[in-house]
Design a binder for this molecule. Structure first.
Ligand code: ZN
Ligand code: ZN
Ligand code: FE
Length: 320
């Protein structure tokens, strides 16, 4: 288990051979159900350690590196956030608002804990659907506590720092204000959060959820804001299900400031990549996307926003 540095793309790769032993879609057995050795009883939300981690608090020391082959200890944590005791629930958005609040508060606790250690970043993400490789269907998300800042975040930090230097304001706040004015890409808004399809969406049903208040980390949200974040998540994810009247595979990830240092120019948000095209077919990242690094988009983000806005409009308070 180690980190290897790619000096060409200038980013880390996490290497771990313990993952080869990982059970793949076991039948008739769920390690996340109540009463299992890792979860126990008496919880609504529970955090467990990934048994097949990419990172560990006590990584083996794998000897010296020499340019161009640089490695580093796989120092960190891979946690699994089991979001409900209910095995058969489809999605986090099928939980009640108060239960989603509990999930978010667990993430906040991990951030507060990690701030007290030597870690650099907390990445909360959720993979949904077998199309994106989910092996266990019991509703869960994952938290990686990392020794480095993930590449995509590093790019966002760089661009927003440059914007801040040149214009003296937050790039993300500027975009939020433009989206509120334009309306055409906004799919949902409540007292504290706004959800829109970005002008430059990469994935077909891509939605970004931004805090209206300029904050960097999820741990800076107050209780009221956490409640409204849980509402925004529920509405957007339930809306995604309603578009095709079947669950949509998606990846969700929280982008927040790193744990160390000052990032007054960064702004907390959640990105959701819904992977069905407007035709209902799955979108893959292939030659142009994976090989070239640029996405192709089959329709317009404004059209997708209108479809999703309508779907979210049909989400009732009784939707689980
Ligand atoms: Zn289960
Ligand atoms: Zn901002
Ligand atoms: Fe982002």
């Amino acid at each position: 288990m180690e980190l290897r540095w790619d000096p060409i793309l200038q980013e880390w790769v996490m290497v771990s051979n313990v993952r080869e032993e990982r059970p793949w879609r076991p039948e008739g057995f769920c390690p996340f159900c109540p009463g299992m050795s890792e979860t126990g009883y008496g919880w609504d939300v529970v955090l467990v350690e990934n048994r097949y981690p990419m990172l560990t608090p006590k990584p083996p020391n794998k000897g010296v590196s020499r340019w161009p082959y640089i490695k580093a200890p796989a120092y960190g944590k891979c946690l699994i956030l089991v979001e409900t005791p209910k095995h058969d629930l489809d999605d986090i958005s099928d939980l009640g608002l108060r239960d989603i609040v509990k999930v978010i508060k667990k993430v906040v606790n991990v951030v507060l804990d990690a701030e007290r250690s030597r870690f650099n970043y907390v990445l909360w993400f959720r993979n949904k659907g077998k199309e994106v490789g989910v092996s266990l269907t019991h509703p869960h998300s994952q938290i990686y506590v990392l020794p480095f800042i993930p590449s995509k975040i590093a790019r966002e930090l760089k661009s927003s720092r440059e914007w801040f230097k040149a214009r003296g304001n937050c790039l993300f706040c500027t975009i939020i204000n433009e989206e509120i004015k334009a309306k055409s890409r906004v799919v949902y808004k409540n007292d504290c959060f706004i959800a829109f399809v970005p002008f430059w969406a990469h994935w077909p049903f891509e939605v970004h959820i931004y805090s209206l208040r300029h904050v960097g980390k999820v741990s800076e949200l107050d209780n009221n804001e956490i409640y409204f974040l849980s509402d925004a998540l529920k509405k957007v994810l339930q809306g995604l299900k309603k578009v095709f009247n079947k669950p949509m595979p998606y990846v969700m990830v929280m982008h927040q400031s790193p744990l160390r240092g000052d990032y007054p120019y960064y702004h907390l948000h959640i990105e959701i990549y819904g992977m069905y095209r407007v035709s209902g077919m799955l979108k893959y990242a292939a030659g142009m996307e994976l090989g070239g690094g640029n996405f192709t988009y089959d329709t317009t983000p404004e059209h997708v926003a209108s479809i999703l806005r309508e779907a979210i409009g049909k989400v009732g308070i009784n939707d689980k």
